[in-house]
Design a protein around this ligand. Structure first.
Ligand SMILES: [Zn+2]
Length: 418
């Protein structure tokens, strides 16, 4: 969704920089990357099967998981050992729809247990920059899959400032297959990992009707085809059925939100393997004062949309559509939605706790195309781990209170050893 306040946040950060007050360095890398790590006395959740490996030892070598052993393993000399005292270990969570645009927000997401995030639209290619800063080891942040700007008929001004070669489209907007192909090529030139298009209007802005389609199937197909020339998938924001169905037929990889999708579109998604990222929890934010959205009109709209979105997500799950968890938040200082809230919403619409956890780990990794790197606690995968107090398969709420976060082998949050 992403309403007006997110952009104000971006402006506030830019303003702080311009005034020379300095941006907080909260996300800068906190320490040298360790040689290794041994987590003892861990109850490791195999999120693929739901099995719990009791009293396990997790051996991390560099940035990767080396082994998960149910027997005693000697730690190599100089490697840090942590006794987890029977706490539960899961893979770091994947938030498949965020609008993180600065270092503090990235840090906030990471400390909530999110070690991978798919950026679904941000200004000034901030997501590409965050991805590169992390890769170079300068910051502690989730791994970011970047989308750059969302493609929509009235894109953010920043798109034209970053890509003045699109300037002739300021007056006409991003409409028609040729203009859309050009916009996609700009994103690809900025090395995005995903293309995000708004197939319908937004819900988080008071003047727009989220049911209104914005592009024809032909236009959406042009976007999908152009992105495919570089093997890049497309995600479509869609609340209304007409725009959502057109996006599915055009070949997008995921539908974001999906509030008003019809039963026949859901069946189509199930048969084509199109993912649904319903982002239910952020609509609860719409209905309440504060948070990312704080507007009377949106509160009224949200109270109508929330039960409808829950109904659609429930039908989608029953129809066999693959469901992926996401917050749709900017992780700003006033954001109140976390991925754990979305997992509870997904259980509310019929997923089992294991399926809800999979929607933020294994299934999300498939959507992002990174299942060979992350999403499970298994040898060879990135050492992205979270530690929680209780068994989340029995008490999902424990994910709201993450005690330790390991990101690419490095402990970035430790609330066990004060
Ligand atoms: Zn969004």
């Amino acid at each position: 969704m992403y309403g007006p306040k997110g952009y104000l946040g971006v402006i506030a950060v830019a303003l702080a920089a311009a005034l020379g007050s300095g941006i907080s360095r909260a996300a800068q890398a906190s320490q040298e990357r360790p040689a290794g790590l041994v987590l003892r006395n861990a109850n490791v959740i195999d999120v693929a099967s739901g099995a719990v490996v009791r009293n396990a030892t997790v051996v991390v070598s560099g940035t990767r998981i080396e082994r998960v052993a149910s027997t005693r393993v000697e730690a190599p000399a100089g490697v840090r050992e942590v006794d987890l005292g029977g706490k539960f270990v899961l893979p770091g969570l994947i938030d498949a729809h965020v609008h993180i645009s600065n270092l503090d927000a990235a840090r906030r997401a990471l400390l909530s247990g999110v070690t991978t995030a798919r950026s679904m639209g941000t200004g000034n290619f901030a997501d590409v920059g965050l991805r590169e800063l992390l890769r170079a080891g300068h910051i502690d942040a989730p791994e970011i899959l970047a989308a750059g700007y969302h493609i929509r008929p009235d894109p953010a001004d920043g798109l034209f400032l970053d890509a003045p070669e699109l300037g002739d489209l300021i007056a006409s907007g991003l409409k028609g297959t040729e203009a859309l192909r050009r916009a996609v090529r700009v994103m690809l030139a900025h090395r995005v990992d995903f293309i995000k298009v708004n197939a319908t209007e937004r819900a988080g802005t008071p003047q727009t009707d989220p049911r209104k389609p914005l592009y024809s199937e032909e236009e959406l197909r042009a976007i999908v085809e152009e992105a495919r020339t570089r093997g890049i998938p497309v995600a479509a924001h869609a609340h209304g059925d007409e725009g959502g169905r057109a996006a599915v037929l055009a070949g997008v990889r995921s539908i974001e939100h999906g509030t008003f999708l019809s039963d026949s579109t859901l069946r189509l998604m199930a048969s084509r393997g199109t993912y649904l990222v319903p982002t239910i929890a952020v609509v609860t934010d719409l209905t309440l004062p504060g948070g990312d959205y704080d507007n009377a009109g949106l509160q009224i709209r949200g109270r109508f949309m929330l039960p409808r979105l829950r109904e659609t997500a429930s039908k989608a799950h029953r129809a066999g559509v693959k469901i992926v968890a996401a917050t749709d938040t900017g992780y700003g200082p006033n954001s109140v939605v976390r991925l754990s809230h979305e997992l509870e919403e997904l259980v509310g619409v019929g997923l089992t706790p294991l399926q809800a956890i999979q929607s933020a780990t294994t299934v999300a990794a498939e959507l992002l195309g990174i299942q060979d790197r992350t999403g499970r606690v298994a040898p060879g995968l990135e050492a992205d781990l979270i530690v929680v107090e209780r068994n989340p398969l029995e008490e999902l709420r424990t994910l709201q209170d993450v005690l330790m976060v390991v990101n690419n082998g490095k402990i970035v949050l430790d609330r066990l050893n004060w």
